[in-house]
Write a protein that binds this ligand. Sequence first.
Ligand SMILES: Nc1ncnc2c1ncn2[C@@H]1O[C@H](COP(=O)(O)OP(=O)(O)OP(=O)(O)O)[C@@H](O)[C@H]1O
Length: 612
Amino acid sequence: MPAECEGDSIPATGRHPLHNLWRLRHYLRPYATEFAWLLVAGLAATAAGIAVPLVAQRVVDGPVARQDPGGLVRLAGLALLLGLAEALLIFIRRWVQSSSSVGMEAAIRADVYAHLQRLPPSFHDRWQSGQLLSRITTDLSVIRRFLSFGLFFLILNLVTYVVVVVLLIRLHAVLGLLVAASAVPLFRIARRFAQAYHTASRRMQDQQGDVATLVEETAQGLRTMKAYGRGPELAARFAEGARALHDTGVGKGRLLAATSARLDLVPNLTLGVVLVAGAAATANGVLTIGELVAFVSLQLMLVWPVQGLGWIIAGGQEAATAADRVREVLDTPPAIVDRPHAVALARADVRGRLVFEGVSFRYPGAQAPVLQALDLTVEPGETVALVGATGSGKSTLLSLVPRLHEVSEGRITLDGHDLRDLRLASLRRLVGVAFEEPTLFSMSVWENLTLGRPDAGEEEVRAALALAQADFAYDLPWGLTTRVGEQGLSLSGGQRQRLALARAVLGRPAVLVLDDPLSALDVHTEAMVEASLRRVLRTTTALVVAHRPSTIALADRVALLEAGRITAVGRHSTLLATVPAYRALLSAEPPARPPGTTAGDSAPGGRGLVRS
Ligand SMILES: Nc1ncnc2c1ncn2[C@@H]1O[C@H](COP(=O)(O)OP(=O)(O)OP(=O)(O)O)[C@@H](O)[C@H]1O
């Protein structure tokens, strides 16, 4: 479940429990022909199976009664043929069944994944990753199992039940109607079971998501947890989650077992009554021995459909709750989408004037806005450093430029175009971004670099790597094809930061948005990156979050962000001289460089500060 699901999830109450499962029916459409063949094969196999007791009736009342060996061989041969046909049809059915179900599961999974990509960061902030993981893996498998097997057997068993009951009524009306009436208690038991199992299934699937989240968090934060000696606590938390999951699983198993026993009882009781009454009817000559044999054999054919009912209902309820959980994701509309008349801007046509006009922003569900009535203009080619205390909203402000979040009030324009009137794909090509925590994906260095510009050429990649002082990438074991990220080679924080910077500057974007881009670099590398970056920044509009004097030194002007408002904008030296809050903020910072590397960089009121 989401940590906070306000507005995100569709309440499951008030609708038919199978509503969301029914909404997934279009995934079956491409397999409709296959499903039809499946049913034909299944029904034909059942028909062959049902025919066997009828042949037995002919055997008993015919050749056996008349002591006719020739007739016996003919009918026995027919029964054998029917048995063979049934086996062949069952084989064909199973063969077809496996391929269609896997294809359908893959199609739903692809759609859920594509939708997750379209959802804004605010959605992912509120949903535990384990919950998403369990929806895209376990839940989809549960749905696949039911739509391919459960649904099929539900139809097949219902048809079998109806056909057999009709045949029974034809053989002996009263006893046949007795068997038909046994459907009433079966229906009642099944309905009560379905309701109880639905609740238990939802609980179990949510708990599976919780456990997956715990495992994922543990894997990600293993080093921190070990360093703080929190292993036992984590193990206890995990054990608690696993125990809850176990208890729910056991509860579900018991519910199914109790229901199966009750369901079993009904056909067996009916069978007992039929045997006694049937024997009496035979003794009275109302029923032949062959008819009694056929009646009982046919009735025995109902045992499996009734026994299977519990499993089918259980599978159906699990699939229904899984469908609810999957639809909770699919029904969340992507909040940030292209407007109908959004335009695409060509890089060559963009000068890069970035203006924030009365911008306010509030995180979904938060009480207070993070940014309030904020005005700022960044002229084409200008670099503005954003300086502010931790938590003042710097990263949030940056995230509004590539529209990772949408402004709550006011607007941001690029060369006069409201960003919301630009196509998202176009905007994100124009804006190069490097976040504070550089993320590398489990792919090659080249693929990581060209993430936003898959069409980038070798020259561009080479230039971007040079600029970010990331030439170390060529020395990795397989050069730029080396796989990095979670499943690949581990890189240091500084190396990751330089690759992220190279990714941001690749293709010379019109606007660069950098969140403290030099924070993880050693002094020597920092000086080199700084020198290269200075060259790029000359030709690009840039908004750079700066904590360190060396980063501030890259900027033409500095904007001071205090509690979500820009309270001062100007050159670094001017702000230092005239704005006490700015001076206080910078002087509170520890010296950024060892003595000797910042010659001439100290400024009044600031320790280790740089010239502006
Ligand atoms: N996803 C989020 N959902 C809700 N609130 C958030 C979210 N991200 C940040 N905040 C809140 O917004 C405020 C500003 O955060 P932001 O990360 O923009 O600050 P910052 O100035 O970049 O801080 P730092 O210098 O420490 O990186 C903080 O109070 C933070 O708790």
